[in-house]
Design a binder for this molecule. Structure first.
Ligand SMILES: Nc1ncnc2c1ncn2[C@@H]1O[C@H](COP(=O)(O)OP(=O)(O)OP(=O)(O)O)[C@@H](O)[C@H]1O
Ligand SMILES: [Mg+2]
Length: 336
């Protein structure tokens, strides 16, 4: 099947007093219908900016070049009114910070009801809350139960309690579940889970990923996680991001067991050591997104640096089933 979500040469810049931050600096990425793509990369490499750009919510960041196409339509060029229709209903984002992503003033029931209203009548999440329209009738309640059952939460009594709760009364794992349910109620074609396991303990983390696994095949998923086992069991393909670019992508089994890019090798071995805990940054300090070095941006710290790495930015090549942007493979690989 061909890609229906495709990011090509995406550049997203932020103007700051320190200079221009190149948060996305030539991202290439694609996802096919129904596939799960894991995205790995240290803090600050540009994952969240990439997702926000897919919803055109990257401001004050500027999309300066490149495209993001969904079914061939370039989201970066659409009028705002059309992008509003894409948000939530085509592409839904489960945001990174579950502790603050829900509205503290409304019950879970009201917030889930809002997702259904937004889906049926349009608008955006957060704009409908508190209006009469966001009550939940019997049919909507049954749909909510069904979504929670899909997520592995089947106890009706607990469900009743959950719906009456305010966000602060819930555990991190439960808030995560509510956020995923809310996204699913929008019936998106693409679900982005931006670090669905951060700030959760190991057991809850496993539960949260098992939830996503249940959705495999039903919709396209982009999942950021530091947990290699979780990525391996949830995602068919993996992309590794460094300093605003995807440096390697391919089948999860191949990339995780035999990473080709020197950065992927370091990242994956470090993540094996931390067993799924978010990494203390390895290179983020050196991956300066303001003064991006010429050539390959990883060259200042690459253990396999060669003279051409200082001068030429590596193009992507195909090595086996994997795409990799590294001069090590210049001679032996077919350009993509
Ligand atoms: N509003 C902003 N203004 C200036 N710089 C920004 C802004 N938002 C993001 N950035 C910068 O863009 C870069 C990428 O940030 P992003 O949040 O996408 O990283 P990330 O990969 O999601 O990191 P994490 O794993 O910590 O969530 C960082 O250098 C960040 O400082
Ligand atoms: Mg992030």
């Amino acid at each position: 099947m061909s890609a229906f979500l495709r990011v090509s040469n995406l550049h997203v810049y932020f103007d700051t007093p320190q200079g221009v931050v190149r948060a996305n600096n030539g991202v290439n990425l694609e996802a096919r219908p129904g596939e799960s793509l894991g995205i790995m990369g240290e803090s600050g490499c540009g994952k969240t900016v990439l997702f926000l750009s897919m919803l055109r919510l990257q401001q004050p960041g500027r999309i300066t070049a490149g495209s993001i196409t969904l079914d061939g339509r370039d989201i970066t060029q659409l009028p705002e009114r059309d992008v509003e229709r894409i948000r939530g209903r085509d592409i839904a984002l489960v945001p990174q910070n579950q502790a603050t992503a829900l509205n503290p003033a409304y019950t879970v029931r009201e917030q889930l009801a809002e997702a259904i209203v937004v889906r049926e009548r349009g608008g955006s999440l957060g704009s409908v809350l508190g209006r009469r329209g966001s009550r939940m009738d019997g049919e909507a309640l049954e749909e909510v139960r069904r979504v929670f059952r899909e997520l592995g939460f089947a106890d009706d009594r607990l469900m009743g309690r959950l719906l009456q709760s305010y966000p602060h009364e819930l555990s991190g794992g439960m808030r995560q579940r509510v956020l995923i349910a809310m996204a699913l109620l929008l019936r998106p074609r693409v679900l982005i889970a931006d670090e669905p396991t951060t700030a959760l303990d190991r057991a809850t983390r496993a539960q949260s990923l098992a939830m996503l696994r249940r959705l495999n095949g039903a919709l396209t998923m982009l999942v950021v996680s530091h947990d290699l086992d979780a990525i391996a069991s949830t995602c068919g393909r993996v992309a590794v991001m460094y300093a605003g670019r995807i440096v390697e992508s391919g089948p999860a089994g191949e990339v995780l067991s035999d990473p080709r890019h020197p950065y992927s090798r370091l990242l994956i071995s470090a993540q094996r050591r931390t067993r799924g805990e978010p990494l203390p940054t390895m290179f983020a300090d050196t991956a300066n997104l303001v003064d991006v070095p010429p050539g390959c941006s990883f060259h200042p710290i690459c253990p396999e640096v060669m003279p051409q790495c200082l001068v030429h930015e590596p193009a992507e090549s195909k090595v086996g089933g994997v795409r990799v942007a590294c001069h090590l493979y210049d001679g032996e690989a077919a350009p993509c």
